[in-house]
Structures are given as structure tokens and as C-alpha cells.
Design a protein around this ligand. Sequence first.
Ligand code: UTP
Length: 291
Amino acid sequence: MSKLVRKAVFPAGGLGTRFLPATKVIPKEMLALVDKPIIQYGVEEAIASGIEHIIIVTGRGKGAMEDHFDHSFELDATLERRGKDELLAVSRGVATLARISYVRQKEPLGLGHAVLCAKEFVGDEPFAVILPDDVIDAEVPCLKQMMDVFNERGGSVLATQTVEGPAISAYGVLAGVQDPNDKRIYECTGMVEKPKFADAPSKQAIIGRYVLTPRIFELLEQTEPGAGGEIQLTDGIRALLKEEKVFGYTFEGKRFDAGDKFGMLQATVEFALKRPDLGPQFREYLKGLPL
Ligand code: UTP
């Protein structure tokens, strides 16, 4: 078994109901954040972290993702004929970004089930899970930070962010013991899904990045459907931490929930302001608004 994390699974089989009606036909992973589909940010993060093989778990109506990461001969030929070299490089660049395989989740039976669909592609080695909705702006890619923790500690790693106040109730929350030598690392003892503020075991909200050992597949196979009839990834991880060490890691960077309307608006403003080609003009525009 390889001990290196070489593969990343992107569960993208969900229905994206929070973004209706935009997601009635267009997969939410293909919604544009400034000028790139949100899933491309995750794919670029994975590649920048050293991932060699990406497995996207898709579902009904998600074909646009496959077309996006493939060559578009008509488009490329037209751009070439018109001498649009820069745009041609952008279009070709997306098609050659990564080695990507697709596996279909026939019914959206939950995040745990989506991860399980990738089992044959991952095999018996540790792997990453990236939820494409969670777009992370970080100097060192979030997944790279987590892979470093995995290599150092040898146990599964869950990305967390500190959430103050009652907003924590929207998340899965980590229970754990903070490492006295590295305050970003927690040894996980449990997880509570969407707790009441008073019952939250910590301020550490679990977000959409995981590094997992392959044992999770067997445990997910034994996991009974939980809330809403779905197979939950957190139930699988809860079983995993009875057998192996699991760590929470407060990553350095900022995460946006681009699968949610408000989160997408925040990400759009912040990413646009950072863009050298758009930022200065956009900043001036925002300053002029009667807020
Ligand atoms: P979410 O609950 O955020 O996504 O799942 P959703 O169900 O698509 O969206 P809403 O809540 O209805 O707006 C987190 C991730 O898990 C994937 C989703 O695609 C998303 O990336 N997922 C969820 C699956 O791949 N399959 C599922 O059965 C459920």
C-alpha cells in the first residue's frame, strides 16, 4: 500500500438545492466564481498540493463538468483561426490540467455514499476528499497543509475552521484535545453534527477537506443510512476514530461556501478584488456605491 496521498476524490453528485433555480440544469460545481467554475479552484488546489489523479463523483445532469475538463475542438479551432492565442491557452490549459476519472453516483444517497463510489479508483491507499463547494484562499494550498500533517502524524486529517458564536450550529463540530506543541492540531475524540450552540464541543467546525486512510471504505460499507436516509461521511469517520488516530487541523487560509448564495457573493467580491486585471476597477466601483 502506498503511504503517499496521490489521489483526490471530488464528490459532486449532490443536487445543489440551495442554489436553485441556477442549479436546475447547470451543476453547482460549474457555477462561475469570477470567471472559473468553482470545481476548477479545487482541482487546481489538488494539483498544487501534489495530487496526481483526480476522481470526480458525478450524477445525473452533471456532464458539463466532463466537457469542461476536456478539449473543445470547435472552440479551440475558432480561437486559433482568429489568432486569440491567450484564450486558446486558457481553453487548452483546462483540458490538460490533470488526470481525471469520473464515476457516477446513481442516486444522491449522501456524501459518505459518494466517497464510497470512488473506492475502486482509490484502492488501498490514503486519499484526499475535496468538497468543490468549499473554495479556499490560502498561501499554501489547504490540502498541501493537510498532507504535511498526514505525513507527519500518520492518521486521517479533517480540516477545521474556528467559528465563533451560534454560527457553529450550522456545522459538524470536532471534539478533541489540542496539541500543546502545535495549536492548529487536535487529536479528534468525536464529532457532533450541527449541535446547539450550548452543546458544541469546541469552536472547530469541520469543512470540506479530508485526508483519509482506505479503512474508511470498509467502514462506510457497514454504515447504516442516517439523517435523511443518506450515508453520512461523518458516521464513517466516527467509526474510523475508534480504530485509528484522526486529527483535526485548523488550516491557514480563508474558506468560502460557494454552494450557498451568500458565500458565493462573499467569494466573488474577495476574489475579484484580488485580481490584478479586475481589482482596481472593481474597488473603485464598490467605493462609489451608496452603502
Ligand atoms: P451538500 O449538502 O453541500 O450539497 O453536500 P448538495 O446536496 O449538492 O447541495 P444542497 O445542500 O442541496 O444545496 C456536500 C458535497 O457532497 C456532494 C455534493 O455534491 C457536495 O459537493 N454530495 C452530496 C454528493 O456527491 N452526493 C450526495 O449524495 C450528496
